[in-house]
Write a protein of this length. Structure first.
Length: 156
């Protein structure tokens, strides 16, 4: 079964497709331009998003689309920047860098999209959980973490 990758940024999709071709994996990987709320397909076993849910204008809408695209026993893996729920918990070297990047990258990206939720890179587990469960998921948990990322699992 091939792996399907989607991104709304056409130059990134083109680069990924060319890289797959150069690596000899073009027969197993396909990349297409599509948003998180409109990518094609259904009955996926696994959906994965890497460091992007907090950048979306409508993360709950994206969550609902993922929910609709999974098999009943499917899973959504969500990788997000490591963040605690409260500002003062994030005032450490990594959190300060993430807040800085979020000001110039994450928040403007969200503001430019429908919904403009503006979670930002320091959204924290509580806000990510809220966006995911508003999108119809009933099971959500922190699966693991690194010093830089939180990895969540969501299931229908």
């Amino acid at each position: 079964m091939p792996i399907h990758g989607f991104d709304y940024h056409a130059p990134s999709v083109r680069y990924a497709s060319e890289a797959a071709q150069r690596a000899g994996g073009a027969d197993r990987v396909r990349f297409e331009v599509a948003s998180a709320k409109s990518f094609p397909g259904s009955d996926y076993d696994l959906a994965a998003m890497f460091d992007c849910l907090h950048d979306m204008g409508d993360p709950a809408g994206a969550s609902h689309h993922v929910w609709n695209s999974l098999k009943p026993d499917g899973m959504w893996m969500i990788v997000e920047p490591f963040a605690q729920d409260r500002l003062e918990q994030n005032l450490n070297p990594v959190g300060r860098i993430f807040y800085s990047a979020s000001t110039f990258i994450c928040t403007p990206a969200s503001r430019a999209q429908e919904g403009a939720m503006c979670l930002g890179a320091q959204a924290g587990e509580k806000r990510i959980r809220e966006a995911v469960t508003r999108g119809s998921f009933r099971r959500f948990r922190r699966a693991t973490e690194t010093p830089f990322n939180l990895i969540y699992e969501a299931r229908p």
